[in-house]
Each structure stands twice: as C-alpha cells, then as structure tokens.
Write a protein that binds this ligand. Structure first.
Ligand SMILES: [Fe+2]
Length: 434
C-alpha cells in the first residue's frame, strides 16, 4: 500500500474505532470490533485484546482472532512486569526482545507458538487496564515505527473503553453496596420502631398490641389511598409511635379498670403533646411522625384535643392514625367495654364520618376491607388483625357495600337504584357496569 493510502486507511480505522467506543454497544461488541479494526489497519491475521484485573493481577482475553483453542485465556503478571509496563507506558513491546520480563518467559511458548510479535500494554491514567497481542503482519514484514504509532493510537481508544467499563462496574458495585446499606438501615429503623411500639404496649396491659395494630391499620389506609411504599411505611411508623407519650402517664391511670375521672383524664390527655416532644428531635424519613402523635386525637368537627383543630388544620397523617386508632379501640376488648361486632363498628364509622373521620379515609379503609372479603385482595390483612370469625360476620360484605354507597352517593350504583325506581330501563342500560 502506498504511504498516503495507508495513512488514510489507518486514519479511517482510528476514526471508526473512536466512534465505536462512544457508541452504546455492548462492551464485548466494542472490543471485538476494535480487534477487527486494528487487524485491518496494520494488516494482521492473528491477535487478541485482554482486560487486566488489578486485584487478581491477571490478563483476561476479551477477544481473540485465530489464536487457536489452547491459547491461554488468562495470564498472570508479576509485580516486576507491572512495574516495567507502567514505567514504559503505552509502548509496543517486541515479544522477541522482551525475554527479560517474567511474563514473556512464562508465556513464551504460547506467544511464539502463535507467532505473536507485538505486545502493547494498555496504560490509562497510570494504570494497566489491558493489553493488545498482535501476530505477524500478512506481508511478513516487521512492524514499522509507523505501524506502532497506529497501534498505539488505537490502543488509546481501547484502553479508554476498558477503563470506562471498569469505572462503570465500580459505580455499579458501590451503588449495590449503598443499596444494601440503605436496606439494612431501613430494616433496622423498622425493627427499632416495632420494638418501641411493643414497649409502649407493654405499659397498657388491657390494650396489648394496640400500637402495633394501629401501625398496621394506618399502613392499610395509606396503601388503599395509593401511596407509594415509602409513604406507606411512614404511615405505619406514625401508627406504631402515636401513643409514645403514654410512657410518661402513670401506669395506674392507663390500666384503670373503670372510666377514669376528670383529673386522670386530663393527665392522660397530655400524651399527644408529650409524644410530640419525644418524637420531635428525631428525624423520621417519609412522614411527619411527631405531628401524627400530636394530633391523633383531633376531630374534623373541632371537638378533639389537644388544640381543637378543624378539618383542614389537622395534618393528613394524624387523620389516618386517628381512624386506625379508633377502629382498633372499637374492635378490641377494653377493661370497661367489650369488643363491638363488625356491623356496629361499620355503622359507627359511618355515623362519625364527616364529624370525626375524613370521608375519603373511611371510604379507603372500608373499600380495603370489602376487597379482602370479595377475595380481590389475598393478603388477609384484616383477617390477621381481627380474626377469621370476626371477618366472617354474616352479611358483612353487603353492609360494607351499602355503607360505601351511602358515603359516596354519586357512584353508578346509586343511579342504578334511582333509575330502577323510576322504571327507566334505557337509563339503566346506558350506565357503566363495574
Ligand atoms: Fe392516643
């Protein structure tokens, strides 16, 4: 080939290689194409490209061309080899001239046997990232300094591609590590909160497991509202910790087997504010846990405590915990009051929706219960918390359907009922069926 044409050819291959490295092809693909381009540029039949693992101190072949099946795919470098390669930088080494180095002594038969003439360590930012092995030229001529320049220029690109890949692998590894750490922290946080909830419940022998159940009911409400996993977990935590302030209330008031008097009641009623003080200095991810504790006894109609807030003034999370808390109080035995049957509890929730409870929250909660009864939700969340028998109360699903319809009187079901009572068949047929 004439020098000009050779130059143009090499330049074209180099440009193509640069493009290949930028392209979003798979790494393996990039290396295979690189070997192809470099072989074409210098005119060789045999060669290979290896990646260097600095931890294992070994070269691993990524792409080979006509090297045969028994060519070693992994080759070790000694500290001496590494030192020499790093000192020389990206300089092509004639295999026949390099017998002083341990690498060439150890792998001499493999290299010479395949008539590999040139070895180019790929050095990027003072690190060995790989190597190129080149066989004898098709013309039989020795490598000229021009060939070596071309090989080095192309080696730069390949080295960068490998180095980039190493960097990506390192980032992925660290991201994995971080994800793992984060998961660990998250589960530690969750376990700590659960342990704390159990500690709160210990003080109150009559309402064993109350905080844990309020946590779970709050979680159900959040999930039914379509909240994401983190916010839902936040709602659970708010439920677990809502009564933390009770830790400072005298045990005999909490455990009183009678209705407590006014003085005792005012003592007990301090627990939301105390809970807020306890939780406020701690950073809670996902939701405002301290505010949930402070306002979980507020009501939409302003008749709650401690501040007598009205509807929109009450933090949303506190409304959720309030519903979960009230529901658990009604569905568990208390010292002065037995657990109420499911129908009565639903009626109570219905009656107090708009007064104490937010309609959308009651709707979400009861819808969740109905979905479980209909078998659409197989997690058995309610069954586990309330017991199988309780959930099998006769006509419970109908009761829930009726109540939900009453609370949201614009659902198609109401239209169907209204239209049917007017005897208007056409209207009924036009209604969406769901
Ligand atoms: Fe409370």
């Amino acid at each position: 080939m004439e020098p000009e044409r050779k130059l143009i050819h090499a330049f074209g291959a180099l440009a193509e290689l640069g493009q290949e490295v930028i392209n979003k092809n798979s790494f393996q693909e990039t290396i295979r194409t690189s070997l192809h381009l470099i072989s074409g540029a210098v005119g060789i039949m045999r060669g290979g490209i290896a990646r260097y693992s600095k931890f294992a101190h070994e070269l691993n072949m990524l792409a080979v061309r006509a090297l045969g099946d028994d060519f070693p795919l992994t080759m070790n470098l000694t500290a001496e080899d590494e030192r020499q390669f790093l000192t020389a930088g990206m300089t092509p080494i004639e295999v026949s001239q390099a017998q002083v180095l341990p690498f060439f002594q150890v792998y001499n038969s493999s290299l010479e046997g395949r008539r590999l003439e040139l070895f180019v360590p790929l050095v990027v930012r003072d690190e060995i990232v790989g190597a190129i092995f080149l066989g004898e030229k098709a013309t039989g001529e020795p490598y000229s300094s021009y060939d070596k320049d071309v090989v080095c220029a192309m080696g730069q690109h390949i080295g960068v591609a490998i180095s980039q890949r190493n960097l990506m692998a390192e980032i992925e590894r660290r991201a994995d590590e971080n994800r793992h750490l984060f998961e660990e922290m998250r589960s530690t946080y969750h376990d700590t909160v659960r342990a704390f909830a159990a500690a709160i419940d210990c003080k109150d022998k009559y309402t064993e497991g109350h905080s844990v159940r309020v946590g779970k009911f709050s979680e159900i409400i959040a999930a039914e509202l379509g909240w994401g996993p983190e916010e839902t977990e936040g709602a659970a935590v708010a439920g677990y910790l809502h009564d933390v302030g009770k830790l400072t209330v005298e045990r005999k008031i909490i455990n009183a087997p009678y209705r407590i008097n006014a003085k005792e009641s005012s003592e007990l009623n301090k627990h939301p504010s105390v809970g807020y003080e306890i939780l406020q200095p701690i950073h809670h991810p996902y939701t405002d846990v301290p505010l949930a504790a402070k306002y979980h006894h507020e009501r939409l109609d302003g008749r709650g405590y401690p501040d007598g807030l009205y509807d929109r003034e009450i933090p949303y999370i506190a409304k959720i915990v309030n519903l979960a808390d009230s529901f658990d109080a009604m569905t568990t035995d208390r010292p002065y009051k037995a657990r109420r049957p499911a129908h009565a509890v639903i009626e109570d929730l219905h009656r107090n929706t708009g007064k104490q409870f937010s309609p959308e929250l009651t709707t979400a909660f009861l819808s969740g219960m109905l979905r479980e009864l209909k078998g659409e939700d197989r997690t058995k969340r309610f069954r586990r918390l309330l017991g199988r028998e309780y959930m099998e109360a006769e006509g419970l699903a109908d009761k829930l359907r009726y109540t939900l319809n009453e609370m949201a009187p614009t659902t198609p079901m109401t239209y169907v009922a209204a239209a049917a009572s007017l005897g208007d068949q056409t209207t009924i047929l036009q209604l969406p069926i769901n």
